[in-house]
Design a protein around this ligand. Structure first.
Ligand code: URA
Ligand code: CA
Length: 442
């Protein structure tokens, strides 16, 4: 097969065959096709798109470019959850222990922060001692014993996606629906779960900013699941503002512990319950999401969710005392509150800019080799629609230095619009997409 012919076909807007797609995915994984030809093909795909069949073929070719995790030794229906990425979005740390406490095994492979979004692995590593690098055997053993493990993707998982993703990042081809859908789904299908719940974000901090684009992405991923024989459902949720009130790695772990301890409610808990209830339904544990929600709330009330998180931290080598005393999590040199300074209503937030503000403080990487500072970030107690006075706390900064804090304060103020008129709160959930179709909720 000839790479120039494949590029030419896609340049002319013609669909590629499964053989052609498998050829370039394999070449991306083993390095036999040079980056410049892959990059040219990616741009042709970005401009001319892919049919649903091509998108599925690419997904399966990328899945099969490396190891597919075998979870069959774990009894029960294993459910995975994946978010397309957000800010202050700690749902995994809240819902995974709750779902596990309801008797559904959670074997989850998570990612690191990307761009303005945070990553579950980076958050977990803020717990002193905790490791996210288990072997497949250790992973399976822990899920059998505890019902819960959250680890990093192994190097051998979907290597074709690793190559293509790195090229997309630097060739302005990230924002392609078939490339996003196949990238996410190849990794999810390779991680071995029986059913998958996707949290597709929409809004100023999401990969797809409009509701229609987000629904289309959700549909594409559900279709891939259907065509490859795995039940997939996608929930389109709001990312018009950070989901939780804490942004930063140790801060988000603290918030998850506060939620699981019953001390804190709000949007993070609501979206966690929503996604968690779809996980329980997808697993067959119960038939409807209302019954599932009741089960999750009971696991919250009895503290069994919190004790699963504690068990997971201990089994992965972390300091479980953090769960009872969150002040044992890493703390920065400077902690200082910022006041709003005027009267009005919180009208709009640029959630992407708010994510970058935390990244610039050291909570994320600007270059691939950067080390994360787990202690930094900020608490943002205000929400869109809130009435504020000059004395209302806008945020509390957790910074490495006064200089960093000043920069973060300026960035956060610039990202938040305060108006004079009352503003509606944005919806938390816009749509549920299953193989049966799209149910619009907002
Ligand atoms: N996350 C992924 O894993 N891949 C994409 O293409 C976008 C987000
Ligand atoms: Ca944006």
């Amino acid at each position: 097969m000839n790479m120039i012919e494949i590029i030419t076909k896609k340049k002319l807007g013609q669909p590629l065959t499964r053989e052609e797609i498998t050829f370039f995915a394999r070449g991306a994984a083993d390095g036999s096709i040079p980056d410049y030809q892959l990059a040219a093909l990616l741009m042709a795909i970005r401009l001319n798109g892919m049919t649903p069949q091509e998108t599925t073929d690419l997904t399966l070719a990328m899945r099969d470019s490396g190891d597919v995790c075998d979870l069959s030794a774990i009894p029960g229906v294993k459910v995975d959850k994946h978010s397309t990425g957000g800010v202050g979005d700690t749902t995994t740390l809240v819902l995974a222990p709750l779902v596990a406490a309801c008797g559904v095994p959670v074997a989850k492979m998570s990612g690191r922060g990307l761009g303005h979004t945070g990553g579950t692995l980076d958050k977990l590593e803020s717990v002193p001692g905790l490791s996210v690098s288990l072997t497949e055997e250790q992973f399976v053993e822990q899920v059998k014993e505890l019902g819960l493990a959250v680890i990093g993707q192994t190097a051998s998982l979907a290597p074709a996606d690793k190559t293509l993703y790195a090229l997309r990042d630097v060739t302005a081809t990230v924002d392609s629906l078939p490339l996003i859908a196949s990238s996410i789904m190849s990794k999810k299908l390779a991680s071995g779960a029986d059913a998958i719940v996707l949290d597709v974000k929409t809004g100023s901090g999401a990969l797809m900013e409009t509701v229609e684009d987000s629904i289309a992405l959700a549909q594409a991923m559900v279709d891939i699941g259907t065509l490859s024989g795995k039940p997939v459902r996608a929930i389109v949720t709001g990312m018009d503002q950070p989901l939780g009130t804490h942004i930063g790695n140790a801060l988000e772990v603290k918030e998850a512990i506060d939620v699981l301890s019953g001390r804190v409610t709000g949007d993070l808990l609501e979206v966690s319950l929503l996604l968690g209830s779809h996980m329980l339904v997808a697993s067959g544990r119960t038939q409807d999401t209302d019954a599932a929600r009741t089960m999750l709330l009971s696991a919250l009330r009895t503290g069994s969710g919190l004790s699963r998180l504690k068990g997971m931290i201990a089994m992965q080598g972390g300091d479980e005392a953090c769960v009872l005393d969150t002040s044992l999590l890493p703390q920065p040199a400077v902690i200082r509150p910022v006041k709003v300074g005027r009267e009005g209503y919180i009208a709009r937030m640029d959630a992407e800019a708010l994510g970058y503000a935390a990244q610039a403080m050291g909570a994320g990487r600007v270059q691939k080799t950067d080390e994360i500072d787990p202690s930094v970030g900020y608490i943002l107690p205000v929400r869109i629609g809130d009435r504020v006075t000059p004395d209302t706390t806008l945020c509390t900064l957790y910074a490495r230095s006064e200089e960093d804090a000043a920069k973060a304060e300026a960035a956060i103020r610039a990202a938040i619009t305060i108006g004079d008129k009352p503003v509606d709160r944005p919806p938390l959930c816009y749509a549920v997409v299953t193989a049966q179709g799209v149910e619009r909720l907002a």
